[in-house]
Design a protein around this ligand. Structure first.
Ligand SMILES: NC(=O)c1ccc[n+]([C@@H]2O[C@H](COP(=O)([O-])OP(=O)(O)OC[C@H]3O[C@@H](n4cnc5c(N)ncnc54)[C@H](O)[C@@H]3O)[C@@H](O)[C@H]2O)c1
Length: 245
């Protein structure tokens, strides 16, 4: 039962995070969205209110530890704890839309773009949010952390930084799950299931590609996943979660 649960969705202002936040709101959860995009945060907060959710929006750069610690404290204070964390925030290349330039090859890539921007949002962000959410989950008797996987074709070149960040999260999930298993905190990782054209994609891409609803209820199921699935890379097939590895 997600009704009344306290849920945080990082990257929840737009795209798949917005879709995830809507899903939890429809289930009656209390939903906090955290993102760097202030304008879209406020817009999505309004939508969550229209869905009847007790909702809050906190402008947060997930790579900033003080900001992340403050986010968790604000949500725990307002909602009475933290039950679910969805680590959606990432810098996503969206190469399938329009004429987006591929990212540079390693030999041409700026170190701060690789480490700070791409690895930072996905890996540092997931680490920091998990680090600061877990103590509240422990106090509440347990919780669930849902990490976001993703990828991209090896050729043509361009997706290396993004795919490296996202695959690193599979290992992070596996190891973090064992650290918190005894506290009844489950940690899983799952992708939306396909390359998705979000609400920000050009019209032609939205017509050609699946939208966020392609993901179905997978993120909601992950928020209630049995502890046996903790640590695993999951997929959603035929109406249920399945283990990929
Ligand atoms: N769209 C796809 O095809 C696809 C496929 C597989 C996985 N995913 C995953 O789904 C998630 C969402 O992707 P999306 O397509 O909705 O992308 P998106 O760019 O629409 O959304 C990402 C959100 O994260 C926010 N963000 C980025 N850096 C941040 C930071 N440092 N602090 C806080 N917020 C930050 C952005 O402002 C944005 O709102 C990502 O984790 C992505 O890897 C997407």
């Amino acid at each position: 039962m997600l009704n009344g649960k306290s849920v945080i969705v990082t990257g929840g202002a737009k795209g798949i995070g917005r879709y995830i936040a809507h899903g939890f709101a429809r289930e009656g959860a209390k939903v906090a969205i955290a993102d760097v995009d202030e304008a879209r945060l406020q817009q999505t907060l309004g939508e969550l209110g229209e869905l009847g959710a007790d909702a809050m929006a906190v402008r947060t750069d997930v790579t900033n530890e003080d900001a992340v610690a403050s986010l968790m404290a604000q949500v725990a204070e307002r909602f009475g704890g933290i039950d679910v964390l969805v680590n959606d925030a990432a810098v996503v290349p969206h190469f399938m839309w329009g004429d987006k330039a591929r990212w540079p090859k390693v030999q041409d890539m700026d170190v701060s773009f690789f480490w700070d921007t791409v690895m930072g949002a996905a890996l540092r962000g997931t680490f920091l949010a998990s680090k600061h959410a877990v103590p509240y989950m422990e106090r509440g008797g347990g919780g669930r952390i849902v990490n976001l996987h993703g990828g991209g074709g090896v050729t043509p070149p361009g997706a290396l930084a993004y795919a490296t960040a996202k695959d690193s999260l599979v290992t992070f999930t596996k190891f973090h799950a064992e650290e918190v298993r005894d506290a009844n905190i489950g940690v899983v990782i799952i992708s939306p299931g396909a390359a998705i054209a979000t609400d920000e994609a050009p019209q032609e891409a939205q017509e050609r590609m699946p939208g966020p609803d392609y993901a179905g209820p997978r993120f909601l199921l992950c928020a209630e996943a049995p502890m046996e699935l903790s640590g695993r890379l999951l997929d959603y097939q035929d109406g249920e979660l399945v283990v990929l590895r």
